[in-house]
Ligand binder design. Sequence first.
Ligand code: ADP
Length: 326
Amino acid sequence: MAQEVGTGWVEGVHPDDVQGCFDGFLPAFHARIPFRMKYRLRRADGEYRWVIESGIPRYTGAGEFAGYIGSNIDITDLKHAEEERERLHRLEADLAHISRVSMMGELTASLAHEIKQPIAAALVNAQACARWLRRDTPDLEEACQCASRMVKDVTRADEIIERVRSLYRRGTSEREQIDLNEVIREMIVLLHDKANRSSIAIRTELDPGLSQITADRVQLQQVLMNLMLNGIEAIKGTGGELTVTSKRSEDRQVLISVSDSGMGLPVGETDHIFDAFFTTKSQGTGMGLSISRRIIESHGGRLWAISNSNRGATFQFTLPSELAEA
Ligand code: ADP
């Protein structure tokens, strides 16, 4: 105690924090007001620990200033936990970005094919159009029909490109009015070829009366793509079916499910599949489901998985449709 009273306590303060302590404490002391500050203080065993100190001026019964009384709370563990949490958040954000970029990589082949089809069709129609026009008596009617087919083909190619661009659209959580059925259809267009190459049929049962929701379109695309790619990967090699359904649940929520006839959830690990970094794939990141769950929860919904009674797994999520009114 003898060492600590007066300014003795300064001896134990980390040299880098001494100035900060004086800056925090002296003005309060002169003004006789309470203060609060954080600094590193040496413990009896010599280790510097982060403390949060708060002090208040004390007065005698006669109203005379009698120094400060205060307390120090050791917040080192809390501080480390906070730093660790921040580090994990940054890591997760980085991985989310990587996982999206690698998903786009997988889709490139699929897209090249999707875009090639309408372009090839447009070429055929352009050649036919030229032939009709080059005839001795040009057939304008036929040429016109070819030209309108070309417009359709090119519009289709343009739509596909536009969808990809929307996947890349930047921005943090931009909420807008969304027709989830439309987002599902877009994803199916993008994944159609990939599924086809693995002999997987994609089936939909979409409720036409589904109400619109307010959500971040890009994030929901990411969730659907994660779930559908996982489904395709689970079926791969065996052929099978991926079913995407949308409907309204009893409590006025929108319920989407992605069901596959694949290998099924990893036995005994069902509780862990949503954990960050949990993966049973040699090339997996184990981030898809953890990110998807976070996205759905940030929209006020829930995401979970169940094993199908016959084969495969079903992933379902709900989103509140009242969000639109809110
Ligand atoms: P990744 O796909 O990179 O492994 P995810 O977080 O998307 O990361 O998935 C974590 C794990 O959950 C997968 O490795 C797999 O074991 C399991 N899983 C996900 N989707 C399915 C599915 N449709 N069928 C069976 N298991 C699945």
